[in-house]
Design a protein around this ligand. Structure first.
Ligand code: PRP
Length: 173
């Protein structure tokens, strides 16, 4: 029913490397990690601890999937970050890029708030969408499968799994 795609050790190694990449990319200035909930909640917790420089953390809530296994393309903003983005180096932390619609819509909005810079750190990228220039840090180019675990859900289940697995379509395992 489920096949492990990235085990916990593999994820930990890659997230450690991403933390180093982010650390090296921002020599100075204020760094804000902006996590897209809910899917990024585990990733951002690990990533933040792998970054060796001062930073702040805030969140946004956007929802596009509902309970379906295909993206609807409708993005709803349910929570806006309280932090002032102006002058900060903002890194949007996303669990997975599928159609890229969620990010495209949010990046337009965030850019209008005049951050010093705007980048995306995505753990998984299906590479289905046209390239988004802001996506500067990527964990894995992942298969075009329905993935769950390490924050990713199906109908709010499986987020707590410490690994990332493919969910069979005919059964929720
Ligand atoms: C998922 C995922 C991404 C987005 C990717 O979020 O976490 O944010 O969809 O899809 P896209 O590239 O096609 O826009 P979802 O709306 O399921 O909310 P969640 O993070 O609360 O699980």
């Amino acid at each position: 029913m489920r096949r492990v795609v990235y085990d916990a050790d593999t994820i930990a190694r890659r997230v450690g490397e991403l933390g180093q990449e982010v650390t090296e990319a921002y020599a100075g200035g204020e760094l804000l990690l902006l996590g897209l909930l809910k899917g990024s909640f585990i990733f951002i917790a690990d990533l933040a601890r792998a970054i060796g420089r001062p930073l702040q953390v805030d969140f946004m809530v956007a929802s596009s999937y509902g309970n379906a296994t295909a993206s609807s393309g409708n993005v709803r903003l349910l929570y806006d970050p309280a932090t002032d983005l102006a002058g900060k180096h903002v890194v949007v932390v996303e669990d997975i890029i599928d159609t890229g619609r969620t990010l495209q819509r949010l990046l337009t909005l965030l850019a209008s708030r005049r951050p010093a810079s705007l980048a995306v750190c995505a753990l998984l990228d299906k590479k289905m969408a046209p390239p988004i220039p802001e996506v500067r840090f990527t964990g894995f180019e992942c298969p075009n499968a329905f993935l769950v675990g390490y924050g990713l859900d199906h109908a709010e289940r499986y987020r707590h799994l410490p690994f990332i697995a493919e969910l069979a379509q005919e059964s929720d395992g």
